[in-house]
Design a protein around this ligand. Structure first.
Ligand code: PMT
Length: 433
């Protein structure tokens, strides 16, 4: 889940363009990442997608009528409590109403009364988009501080081709995450986004002041590996993938290109992240090696099985008459050490140390033995922290000693802080190299 969206109140305005169906996917993305979404539709939009669809996706009543709640003035209350109003799709007609300050339907009235930032996502025929009236209206919105996203190029619903397609829901989602990001993400106390000056290109790297890591290529391993013993049994561990997936989401939200090499877990792939599924340590090593070229940072967050069966039994191992069973195990390759030991094109290499005792000593030893630049120590015997938990508490070491201690917080917050730290350290490493 994205911390930017957790419990944030977002109004999703939907006006009557064919792209209204894509707003369903956007609504779902926002809700699954923790946002509370209230949908406001124009009458034309309700002709294209039934309000019941948005009600089911958002779990909230859909507002399409200015006079739908006589007991409260919804167009005023909605905007007063929202963190963001996103109008996707915005037709030429809706944009014109916003520019003129009209308030003759639920959506335009909500926008006029809104006290929160507004994002307008135009979607229309290319000639309607380029018409001087629409362009003037867009310029007016931008001048008033409204963020307007640039439509995509391609096939349009009217059968023509050109600029006017609504950007994909995942891209709009990323923009929303960036916009709602805590100012800390902008480092040095600066806010993330410049005030709008022109229609904004989709893509966080273009929107943000270039943060450490934006545009860089990062590879993260996550989750457990699973080593078969026979057709039904295996060796594995309790890693849920939550920490590695949170790191992937945090890196992606800062504009990095992220490859996530994952053991079997139940986590959802963060938007915009390339996920490669593997089972065994050998498969994980192979995947890491094949995605390594051009990668600037590797983070080994996976809980890799140190050993695997010397021989996988092709038949189910039966219970014998003996009281004991000896398994013959052999060592798996050490994936992060293979990266750390590289002599050419070596990425900045970060490992994790999952310890139950002598944490700092073991972590430092692993840092040295695996040729790592940084190691993140977490206690995997702690109550409600570390492995499987939604929380973590970590200490980071480099060759000189302790770099940072991050006290117990959600894994997503820990991930944000770790990624900031890693991106900065990796930038220094590259500059020195
Ligand atoms: O997945 P979660 O439930 O969210 O839990 C997160 C976590 C506790 C699994 C994670 O934060 C963590 O600590 N991951 C590393 C677990 C581990 O295997 O630690 P280790 O101390 O055994 O290994 C040290 C480092 O070597 C790790 O970066 C590990 O990925 C790497 N390693 C280990 C063995 C091996 N054969 N290959 C490796 O690359």
């Amino acid at each position: 889940m994205s911390t930017q969206l957790q419990n944030r109140n977002i109004i999703l305005g939907v006006s009557g363009g064919i792209a209204a169906y894509k707003a369903c996917a956007l609504c779902r993305l926002l809700v699954t990442h923790g946002a509370k979404v209230k949908v406001v539709m124009t009458k034309a939009a309700t002709q294209l997608v039934a309000p019941a669809t948005f009600a089911a996706l958002s779990g909230e009543k859909v507002h399409a009528d200015l006079f739908d709640s006589p007991e409260e003035i919804s167009h005023i209350t909605l905007g007063a409590h929202a963190d963001l109003l996103v109008i996707a799709p915005s037709t030429a007609n809706t944009i014109a109403k916003l520019a003129a300050g009209l308030a003759d339907d639920m959506l335009s009235a909500t926008a006029l009364a809104a006290a929160c930032p507004i994002v307008v996502v135009p979607a229309m025929n290319t000639r309607m988009y380029h018409n001087a009236a629409t362009q003037d209206n867009i310029a007016t919105l931008i001048r008033r501080g409204i963020y307007v996203l640039k439509p995509a190029q391609g096939d349009l619903a009217c059968g023509e081709e050109g600029e006017g397609r609504m950007p994909e829901p995942e891209d709009i989602f990323e923009f929303i995450c960036a916009l709602l990001g805590h100012p800390r993400l902008g480092y040095d106390g600066r806010t993330l986004l410049p005030p709008p000056t022109a229609p904004l290109e989709i893509g966080q790297t273009k929107l943000l002041p270039r943060a450490f890591g934006a545009g860089s290529k990062i590879l993260i391993t996550a989750g457990p590996t699973v080593e078969a013993l026979d057709p039904v049994r295996f060796l594995s561990n309790r890693s849920s993938g939550k920490m590695g997936y949170a790191l992937a989401a945090a890196a992606r939200e800062r504009g990095a290109e992220v490859v996530l090499i994952s053991g079997p877990v139940a986590e959802l792939t963060p938007p915009g992240v390339t996920r490669v599924d593997v089972k065994t340590a050998q498969e994980m090593l192979q995947a890491v090696e094949s995605y390594l070229p051009g990668t600037q940072i590797v983070i080994g967050c996976a809980a890799v099985s140190d050993y695997r069966a010397a021989q996988i039994s092709s038949e189910k191992i039966s219970k014998g008459s003996e009281d004991e069973l000896t398994l013959h195990l052999i060592k798996n390759p050490d994936i992060i050490a293979a990266v750390g030991r590289r002599e050419s094109e070596r990425p900045y290499t970060v490992g994790f140390a999952a310890e139950t005792q002598f944490g700092p000593e073991h972590a430092r030893l692993k840092l040295e033995q695996k040729h790592l630049d940084l190691i993140v120590l977490n206690d995997v015997s702690a109550e409600d922290s570390g492995i499987e938990s939604d929380f973590n508490e970590v200490t980071v070491f480099d060759a000189q000693g302790e770099v940072a201690h991050l006290s117990k917080q959600s894994k997503r917050v820990i991930a944000d802080q770790l990624i900031e730290l890693i991106f900065r350290a990796a930038a220094l490493y590259r500059n020195q190299g």
